[in-house]
Design a protein around this ligand. Sequence first.
Ligand code: AMP
Ligand code: ZN
Length: 116
Amino acid sequence: MGSTDCLFCRILAGEIPADIIYESETAIAFRDINPQAPTHVLIIPRRHIATINALDSGDAQQVGELFLVAKQIAKEEGIAARGYRVAMNCNAAAGQTVFHLHLHLLGGRDLSWPPG
Ligand code: AMP
Ligand code: ZN
């Protein structure tokens, strides 16, 4: 169920505009409002899950879908062959600021490692 306190649930509800580039019954993807690379897309489940820590075994298919969507969008964006990164931050020390599970898809430039 959506939470009115959650930014991404509000995007899912259509209350806040977003550049949505993919939609399925269970997930959507939209462009990050503050892109850190030429391609920076967020892929999120429709169901509100706050963090990786809240996942259980029943969520395995949902999480797998997020990766498959990232793969598809990377291909569409033309970054698949050169390379890209998918990342999911968990809680404050990792930089999570929106507490609705989201996979970052970043590409279109060389990405340094390790991340900060
Ligand atoms: P994280 O820091 O991993 O929680 O990532 C949250 C991401 O959401 C950041 O990269 C933000 O730039 C992005 N973001 C915040 N508000 C919006 C918005 N209204 N539309 C799209 N992306 C957003
Ligand atoms: Zn939410």
